[in-house]
Design a protein around this ligand. Sequence first.
Ligand code: B12
Ligand code: SF4
Length: 479
Amino acid sequence: MNIDIILPYIQRYQRGHEVNFVPPITGIHLAALTPARHRVRVIHQQVDPIPYDTDADLIALSFFSGFAPEAYRLAREFKRRGKIVVAGGPHATFWADEALAHDCDAVVIGEAESVWAHVLDDAARGVLQKKYFGQPTTLENIPTPRYDLLSSRFFVRRVIQATRGCPFACSFCSVPAINPGYRMRPVADVVRDITAEEFSISDFRFSIFFATKYWWQRKVVWFWDDNLTARRAYVKELLCAMIPLKKWWLTQASMDIAQDDELLDLMQASGCIGVFFGIESFGKESLHTANKRHNRVEYYRACIDKVHQRGIAVMAGFIAGFDGDTPADIVAMADRLYEIGVDVPFLSVLTPYKGTALYDQMDADNRLLKARGWQFYNGYNVAFQPHALNADELLRAHRALWRRAFSLADVVRRVARGMLRLRVGALFLSLAMNGFYGWKALRGNAPREMKAEVGRMKDEKESTGFHLSSLILHPLNSE
Ligand code: B12
Ligand code: SF4
């Protein structure tokens, strides 16, 4: 069969991305799991046009909740063209019946490894079932992602996964439900993927730009793990194996790594340039209700200092909309994140995803804004009734925080401070990411405010006049 794996996308900024930095790993991983007898392509709607006239027999859709309206529009388009449509990923896993009701022929619930070949066999034989339940398998014998299938528009290409799962259980996070337990790939397999040279030489066009880009693509390794450092013995073994590879690498980790000097030293020695911490809030009560007990406000600065002592940049996620948050608290985060030393902030709005304790609580308290479609679940919009303020006030406070944190003054002061304490790769990262967001802020290209009706997307005009807005009602409306 011919298979197109599509990752639907709805633009999250008013005028799109100026640069597309890092691709998801999901599509190229699923492509690698696809038996070799099938021809497979990977299309990221974020950068690639949708091939409506494809010769594919089967369309595999992988999407987050915030992109579900577009995924369902595409399912309908491809269904009309006689294709078999299979859905999977974090949204379809929790809303399988909804996906089936929106023109998907089958849904893979959970992880693909144990069932994907079986789904394809069934599809080829015309006996596709509606639901397949992917069991969390061991991570041995995972093939190298199909980097060769990535669009050259992504600046970083080496995305990789060494572990799955996270031992914590934060109330707003669906990782423990999506990837239960904590599983690790053999270190040798991870090293194999880090060193796989599959980047297209056609990108190398004898110009300084492409030579730089090609070098950067080989140099940088971005771990898309939920929490790479959770098992210390494992991560230390991995980092020892990475030292000779001389890469620059980045990952997500929890703040407790700051207590492990040996680990921090190994991170430095193996070329770590950036670590992402989910700091989330400066409110003790918020951290408590979020079950984020491993974050201690009084130690934020000391933890970040420890990472900076190794020249590693700190990226950090913050969430606006916890019950204790006032608009003033939210906007004040811009200064507070600078004070504790964050190099690159990521600023989200609290979002109740299915599969989380937060969702169950909001549902029980009747706080889900049921008239708002899935596009409100993109991390930058409000999908629930906040406690201390109303939904519009929360949105405005988030946008004020975003504009403040990425103002020219804040961007410059973060990068300037980095010059004194970051290693070369980390400084490069801080410059690139702050530049990326700072340029957006300068152009007024802020996160997009979703409406009950999403405006026409670039690809819609290529379709047959079907309007996204007819799909975007929240399924809870019908309950
Ligand atoms: C890496 C990551 C990112 C990266 C890359 C984003 C990307 N587009 O991939 C970054 C940091 C950019 C990111 C950003 C965001 N993320 Co994120 N991210 C993750 C993370 C930690 C790992 C995902 C991953 O790559 N896993 C490895 C791959 C191999 O596995 P996988 O994607 O899970 O796919 C497996 C199965 O799901 C299944 N599968 C998936 N798709 C399909 C399709 C088919 C057809 C089949 C058969 C099977 C299948 O098979 C795969 C192999 O087993 C997950 C947590 C998690 N454990 O899922 C959150 C997660 C996916 N992110 C989430 C969110 C909310 C976001 C943001 C909206 C956050 C924000 N506030 O801005 C943004 C959206 C940005 C964007 N443009 O897409 C949520 C999604 C919840 C939901 N229901 O939508 C998750 C689950 C975390 C959470 N908070 O609960 N994220
Ligand atoms: S520490 Fe991070 S990955 Fe783990 S449950 Fe909390 S938010 Fe999710």
